[in-house]
Design a protein around this ligand. Structure first.
Ligand code: COA
Length: 261
């Protein structure tokens, strides 16, 4: 993994741990941090040693408290669209990653932080996590995919309420709305839960996991026939060695050993 300034990355036993490391700014996403995330996810796709990714924020207070407002304050009509498209593009890399990506939300996940968490495949929160899209307080709207992902994750009425009021919600409410998968007492426990889920996924057929990502994302691509994507992906799985291994192992009453081939 290339050297990064704002993201600490560490690979252990196939899991890439990413920590957004701007604690004094509550891990706010500036342009440089976003570029580092882009480069990392491009590498994750190509790196066979990396099987899964966990993203968290440095410290106990914040996951990511949003895009960096000092940079937002400098936007103009000409570059604002590019600003949003750039963030959307980077978060799509996360969403479309064929390896499982879990956000361990250890505090404030606001604005771009909530949007980044929503681009991950799952979210596991510590009890002190707070979610919100407070852009309306700054005279703007979410621009890194939040209007879309929040709506499909929690439904139109609640998404409208959160974005129009700018209110934050706690971890338990986020769970009851379907925004997070699990709530744990502490950041350490949330990390352990994320590892447990990832270990389970890593024991399954990697190509099938990638196909699930594509099919689930197809639900939200306008004009794409998700059933067709599913049938095509199903057929691709059947071409794989993992399919032969999985079915043979079942019939031979043994545990499968998947190779991702
Ligand atoms: N962009 C840039 N800097 C940010 C930031 C952001 N999104 N969020 C927090 N910070 C900085 C603060 O400016 C402060 O820096 P300073 O110490 O140099 O002044 C530092 O992080 C700590 O934040 P502070 O506001 O002092 O902490 P708090 O506990 O009083 O409040 C929040 C925490 C999260 C409620 C508050 O920081 C906040 O509202 N942040 C902005 C959230 C937001 O609107 N995000 C969406 C952006 S589009």
């Amino acid at each position: 993994m290339a050297d990064n300034t704002n993201i600490i990355s560490e690979e252990k036993e196939g899991i890439l741990y990413l920590t957004v490391n701007r604690e004094s700014k509550l891990n706010a996403l500036n342009f440089d941090t976003l570029e580092e995330i882009r480069n990392i996810f491009n590498e994750v796709s190509d790196n066979k040693n990396i099987k899964a990714v966990i993203i968290t924020g440095s410290g106990e207070k914040a996951f990511i408290a949003g895009a960096d407002i000092s940079e937002i304050a400098e936007l103009n009509e000409l570059n604002a669209r590019k600003f949003a498209e750039n963030g959307q593009e980077i978060f799509s890399l996360i969403e479309n990653c064929h390896k499982p990506v879990i956000a361990v939300v250890n505090g404030f996940a606001l604005g771009g932080g909530c949007e980044l968490a929503m681009a991950c495949h799952m979210r596991i929160a510590s009890a002190n996590a707070k979610f919100g899209q407070p852009e309306v307080n700054l005279g703007i709207i979410p621009g890194y995919g939040g209007t879309q992902r929040l709506t499909y994750l929690i439904g139109r009425g609640k998404a409208n309420e959160l974005m129009m009021t700018g209110d934050m919600i706690g971890a338990e409410e986020a769970k009851s709305l379907g925004l997070v998968n699990y709530v744990c007492e502490s950041k350490n426990e949330a990390m352990a839960k994320a590892e447990e889920v990832i270990q389970k996924i890593m024991s399954k057929a990697p190509l099938a996991i990638g196909m699930i990502v594509d099919c689930v994302n197809a639900v939200f691509i306008q004009g794409e026939n998700g059933y067709q994507t599913e049938a095509n992906s199903f057929a691709r799985c059947v071409k794989s060695g993992d399919y032969k291994e999985g079915t043979s192992a079942f019939l031979e009453k043994r545990k499968p050993v998947f190779k991702g081939e």
